[in-house]
Design a protein around this ligand. Structure first.
Ligand code: ACO
Length: 320
C-alpha cells in the first residue's frame, strides 16, 4: 500500500504589515471593533510589483529545503489560488518555470479559502494511485487585489501570503483521509462578481462581496459536520487529535468549531491575529508556523479544515 506523507513545510508573508489602526485611517472602523468581531490585529500586504507566484516561490523553496529535495525531484505541482497572476498560464506553471523544473505536471485549483484542502486532497490521490511520487502543494493569495479598500465589511478581514508542503510517497501512513464538499447554490453569500471580456471586467466590479452573518452561520455548521465526518471515517475521537489546524478566517468561527469538538484552544493553531484571512494560504501558513515553532511534532495527529467561497469546504486528517 502506498501512502502520502508531508515531507516538508514552508511559508512566506510579505514584509509590509497593515494594522487595524492603519485601516481606521481609511474606512470607518476601529481596532476594538475588528478585534472583537474577528480576532484580527494586523495583516501582511504585498509590496508594489510583488505577486502570487513571488510569494509561492518563497514558500515552495522553504518547503523543498526542509524536505531535502530539489525542484527537479517534483513530478506534480498543485497550487490553490483565487488570485492568479494572470488568466493563463496557471500560477502553478509560472511557479514551475521559476523553480527551473521543466517536466512536472502543473495546475491551479480554484476553491477560494478551501483551495489548499482541495489541492492537498488531490495530491494525496495522485500519490496513492501511483501517478506521482513527490508533489509540491501550495496555497498562495494576493487577496488584497480583490478587496475594495473603501468597503469596511470586507477589507479588514483579509491578508496576503503563501504556504507550501512537499507531499511524498511513503510506506507509512501520512494523510489518513480527505473529505471534500461544495454547494454552489450559496454563491451569493460570498463571491467576486465579474469576468474579463474584450479587455474589460464585465458583469461585476471584481471586488469581494460578502453577507458576513450568513457566511459565519454556514461556516460553523459545515465545519463541525466535516470534522465529525473525518473523525468517524477513521474511528477516532476528538481526544485522539493533537492539533486542530483550521482555516484562519475569524477567531469566533475557529473557537466555535473547537468548542463543538470539545477541544481546548491550547490545541488549536491560531494565526489569524497576525495574518488575517489569507484564503488558500491560511492553512499551510498556520501549519508551517506551528511546525517551525516546535508545537507540531512528527508522529502527531492533525486535523486540517477549511471553508471558502462557492461554498466549498473540507477536512484532511494527517499523521504528521
Ligand atoms: N468596522 C466597524 N463596523 C463594521 C465593520 C467594520 N470593519 N464592518 C461592518 N460593520 C458594521 C456593519 O455595517 C453593521 O452596522 P449596522 O448595524 O449599522 O448595519 C454592524 O457593524 C454589525 O454588522 P454585523 O454583520 O451584524 O456584524 P457581525 O457580528 O456579523 O460581524 C463579521 C461581521 C466580522 C463579518 C462576521 O459576520 C463574520 O466574521 N462573518 C464571517 C465572514 C468571514 O469570515 N469571511 C471570510 C471569508 S469566508 C471564509 O473564509 C470562510
Amino acid at each position: 500500500m502506498i501512502y502520502s506523507r508531508i515531507a516538508g513545510t514552508g511559508s512566506y508573508l510579505p514584509a509590509r504589515v497593515v494594522t487595524n489602526a492603519d485601516l481606521a485611517k481609511v474606512v470607518d472602523t476601529s481596532d476594538e471593533w475588528i478585534i472583537e468581531r474577528t480576532g484580527i490585529h494586523q495583516r501582511h500586504i504585498v509590496a508594489d510589483g510583488e505577486g502570487t507566484c513571488d510569494m509561492a516561490e518563497h514558500a515552495a523553496r522553504r518547503a523543498l529545503a526542509v524536505a531535502n529535495c530539489s525542484p527537479s525531484d517534483i513530478d506534480l505541482i498543485i497550487l490553490g489560488t483565487t488570485t492568479p497572476d494572470c488568466i493563463y498560464p496557471s500560477t502553478a506553471c509560472l511557479l514551475q518555470a521559476r523553480l527551473g523544473n521543466h517536466t512536472a505536471a502543473a495546475f491551479d485549483v480554484q476553491a477560494v479559502c478551501s483551495g489548499f484542502i482541495y489541492a492537498l486532497s488531490i495530491a494525496d490521490k495522485f500519490i496513492k494511485s501511483g501517478s506521482a511520487k513527490r508533489v509540491l502543494v501550495v496555497g498562495a493569495e494576493t487577496y488584497s487585489r480583490i478587496l475594495n479598500w473603501q468597503d469596511r465589511n470586507t477589507c479588514v478581514l483579509f491578508g496576503d501570503g503563501a504556504g507550501a508542503v512537499v507531499l511524498e510517497a511513503s510506506e507509512q501512513a501520512g494523510i489518513l483521509s480527505t473529505h471534500l464538499h461544495a454547494d454552489g447554490s450559496y454563491k451569493d453569500y460570498l463571491h467576486v462578481p465579474g469576468r474579463v471580456e474584450q479587455g474589460k471586467i464585465r458583469g461585476g466590479d471584481g471586488f469581494t462581496t460578502m453577507q458576513g452573518t450568513e457566511v459565519f452561520k454556514f461556516a460553523v455548521k459545515v465545519l463541525s459536520e466535516v470534522v465529525d465526518e473525518a473523525l468517524q471515517a477513521n474511528q477516532l475521537q476528538a481526544k485522539d487529535i493533537d492539533w486542530l489546524v483550521p482555516h484562519q478566517a475569524n477567531i469566533r468561527i475557529i473557537s466555535a468549531t473547537a468548542k463543538k469538538l470539545k477541544m481546548p484552544m491550547e490545541q488549536v493553531i491560531v494565526t489569524v491575529p497576525e495574518h488575517g484571512n489569507t484564503s488558500a494560504a491560511s492553512i499551510p501558513l498556520a501549519l508551517d508556523t506551528a511546525v517551525r515553532d516546535g508545537r507540531i511534532q512528527r508522529g502527531q495527529t492533525l486535523l486540517l479544515e477549511g471553508i471558502g467561497g462557492g461554498f466549498t469546504w473540507g477536512a484532511v486528517l494527517v499523521r504528521y
